[in-house]
Design a protein around this ligand. Sequence first.
Ligand code: R5P
Length: 282
Amino acid sequence: MRVICTERSQVLGAHLAHVLQVPVVNVKFSRFPDGEHYLLAGDLDDETVIVGSVVDNDALVQLLLLIDACEPSRTQLVLPYMAYARQDKQFKRGEPLSARVVAKALSRGVSEIFTINIHDPGVLTHFAVPAQNLSIAHDIGSYIKSLNLKDPLVLAPDDGALAFAGQVASVGKWEFDHLDKTRLNGTEVRMAPKTLSAAARPVVIVDDIISTGGTIATAAGMLYQQGATDVYAACVHGVLASGAYARLMATGIRDVICSDTIERACSRISAAERIAGAIRKS
Ligand code: R5P
């Protein structure tokens, strides 16, 4: 078995290979003058684990090319982050079901797919091969534990993420809740924990994705007003679009923590052990 990774998933890919104690395939990546991608994979084996997060359109094309280059080896695809997964509904006639388009395209040439905390596990039904969604909620919990916070409150930004917050909180048997939004008037909203108090304690807001960071930035300011001693933000996928990291830090957030499903300077949690465990069982 060998691990091969796209340019945007090199760190997670190499870490996974290290955990699995298998070699990493060397790949030469380049572009033609018109911008088209080219790649040349080195020594392949008859069993390959491809690691490639679809963080943008270029990463998608590169991953499709890499899958094709690995044929005819038996290939498992680790898809740590899948852009377009949030476009999982057709609201109007004439709209594509983009999550389905991407899932179908990535299924060709692979035997099995692993995703990590995909936004809606319903998307897995669009893959044409067996697909498994892994969760790193416990790994996020373990990281929070290492911060030695005193009596932290783990908060989901909305009730949809409450189960995830509960899984994170179970690591330290911490209290957890979700934020509740009350519209005060046409322009103002108030955000506070639904049932618990944030006063005089550290708060960790956890979510699957931080994209623009808009919700968490607003919530952090209000949680400080409610007496939280420190506010942290932790997520699986640090999309961090449009200056989100700086926006979050400007609110006084103590730290923004994400995993290596998208490789960032603040990727402090690795999904490698969780993926290796699933691959060993498969
Ligand atoms: C949405 O349903 C996701 O779970 C995240 O809450 C969302 O993507 C975060 O977006 P933003 O960072 O732009 O507020």
